[in-house]
Design a protein around this ligand. Sequence first.
Ligand SMILES: [Zn+2]
Ligand SMILES: [Zn+2]
Length: 116
Amino acid sequence: MRCPKCEGSLKSLQVDGTEVDRCDACSGIWFDKRELVDVLPGAAAANLETGQDTEGHDQKRGKCPKDGTRLMRVNSARNHTVTLDTCRVCQGIWLDAGEFETLREASPTTPFIDLI
Ligand SMILES: [Zn+2]
Ligand SMILES: [Zn+2]
C-alpha cells in the first residue's frame, strides 16, 4: 500500500500480535479499523518508535491507502494536540510519526470515547 502522506510504501509490522502498516519513508503508521484500540492499551510497543513528525505531514490531508477516500482530520479524544487522519469508509486511522507515542503517553484513564 502507498503512504497517504508521502511517496513511501507501507510495510507490515507486528505489534503485540496485531499487524499494522508503517511507512518506510516517513514512519507514519496505518491502523485498520479497531487496530489502534487493540494496540494502544498494552502498548509495550517499544519497536514502534517512530521519531519526529516529518515537517508539514500533520497538516497534509492524505488519501486512505486502502480505498483512496480522502482522510478526515480529527482531534484525538485522548490528547487534543494529536490530529488523527481517519477514513470514513473503512474507519482506518493514520498516525503521523511521533503521534503514536503521544497517544500512548496520554492518561490511560481518559476513555476512548468518540474520536472527535
Ligand atoms: Zn510516508
Ligand atoms: Zn479507507
